[in-house]
Design a protein around this ligand. Structure first.
Ligand code: GLN
Length: 210
């Protein structure tokens, strides 16, 4: 039987500690990641909210960006929230900046206004399995200088929507949220990521054989 998944949280900048608390509360083994060598042994990685300009600067002159792409290509699952979603996107605008291109989405930075315009809302589940698992209870959302998903590629599944925008989406083993699930008391989004990680891990072990 597969062992429990090990989840890393990119701990360069931003609210990584809150993600670590949520993942621990869901029963995961959590490790902080600051260097590419720390990606070894992980089954999944969370890229937290923060400030992408600062994150990109901190990753300059390190091998971390290439290592994150290799981690994904080797079967690792990724969850990007807010700034993390911007880093994973295929294309970033407002203004344009480099990104890892691990998901076929376009995102517009700071699309909901400035820090002062941060707001809380609730989402409507779009994926039937997610909604049914929780009696369709709405998902609380916290937006902080949030990016907007302005284009979803055809292989991207929209999972939740708020005010007409998709706010949670998945493509294969990459999950993104434009909001901050770690700032609510609701563990459902982190639990969903752990489920995805376990499915991917099981698939990898089966393909690898005995
Ligand atoms: N506005 C930030 C950026 O563009 C993201 C904000 C957040 O992660 N809360 O990088």
């Amino acid at each position: 039987m597969a062992s429990d998944p090990i989840i890393g949280v990119l701990a360069l900048q931003g609210d990584y500690a809150a993600h670590a608390r949520m993942l621990s509360a869901c029963g995961a083994e959590v490790r902080e990641v600051r260097k590419s060598v720390q990606l070894a042994e992980l089954d999944g990685l969370v890229l937290p909210g923060g400030e992408t300009t600062a994150l990109l600067k901190l990753m300059e002159n390190t091998a971390l960006e290439e290592a994150l792409v290799a981690f994904h290509d080797d079967g690792g699952a990724l969850f990007g929230t807010c700034a993390g979603m911007i880093l994973l996107a295929g294309k970033v605008c407002s203004p344009a900046q480099r990104s890892l291109g691990l998901m076929d989405i376009d995102v517009e930075r700071n699309a909901y206004g400035r820090q002062m315009d941060s707001f809380e809302s609730v989402a409507e589940w779009l994926a039937a399995d997610l909604a049914a698992a929780d009696d369709h209870k709405p998902l609380p959302l916290v937006f902080i200088r949030a990016p907007r998903l302005v284009r979803l590629g055809q292989d991207v599944q929209a999972l939740a929507r708020c005010r007409g925008d998709v706010v949670l989406a998945r493509q294969g083993r990459v999950l993104v949220a434009s909001f901050h699930p770690e700032m609510s008391q609701d563990l459902r989004v982190h639990r969903f990521f752990l489920k995805l990680v376990c499915q991917e891990k099981k698939g990898r072990l089966l393909t690898a054989g005995p």
